[in-house]
Design a protein around this ligand. Sequence first.
Ligand SMILES: Nc1ncnc2c1ncn2[C@@H]1O[C@H](COP(=O)(O)OP(=O)(O)OP(=O)(O)O)[C@@H](O)[C@H]1O
Length: 266
Amino acid sequence: MNATAVLQADHVDLVRDGQAILQEVSLTVRPGEHWALLGANGAGKSSLLSLLGALAHPTRGTVQVLGHELGRVDMRQLRSYVGHVDPRHALRSPLKVQDVVLTGLTNTIERVPRWSPTAEQVATADRLIALLGLSDRHGARWPTLSQGERGRTLIARALMPSPRLLLLDEPATGLDVAGREQLIERIDTLQHTYPELASVLVTHHLEELPPGTTHVLLLRDGRALASGPVDEVLTSDQVSKCFDHPIRLTRADGRWSVRTNRPARP
Ligand SMILES: Nc1ncnc2c1ncn2[C@@H]1O[C@H](COP(=O)(O)OP(=O)(O)OP(=O)(O)O)[C@@H](O)[C@H]1O
């Protein structure tokens, strides 16, 4: 593995029920890099993220997460070093925000009976709650949180064990425009606060890309269409091919927007 890489996938294939979901996908993520996995519905983004988060094994090829090759290490232990933010977080108890964030230390969804955090761990949780803009919701209970507040709580939770890698699976799905903007602002803040942290964010909306995105992998039908620094990969031409639609891509103040590229009217 590349000595400095946080993640390295080499020629990865993933087959499920006889169907090729990923083919020949390679990706190297280094500290401080912020990758976006972009592609249409069904392109294979979440499947790739599940390999990077040590939730599944590749059918062929190798995946190394934090220097450990999947298949040769205890996947459960490896998972505890990766901050994985899954919007389908199945919490049933009405835990307070602070308690939800603290479950990041036990890597469990519910609170572990008879486990209690140290004063230092509680202070870390409070610092992360503030970083994610949730100080005024500190004591609020999970069922009363808005979807945006839940998403930011889960990012704070994922950061509790000081991971070197943060995986974000469609973090802005279902958010209104204010919720989306607050999320992007907080992701921007945390990227500046932890300059060594690497991240991989899955989305199909280019408007949701944080301005700190450094690299992009465009996936189409399970294959990498293009991969590399954001300015080289995010072109109207390549994004049009990725989504199989004529797209005009523009960037302003570090953010992207897309329109259908219609021929000019005579
Ligand atoms: N366990 C599985 N068995 C069979 N097919 C699967 C399985 N998991 C995913 N697939 C298929 O693999 C393809 C890629 O799915 P995946 O969820 O990775 O795509 P995605 O790019 O994340 O899509 P979306 O943007 O809609 O979330 C889809 O066609 C999906 O139906």
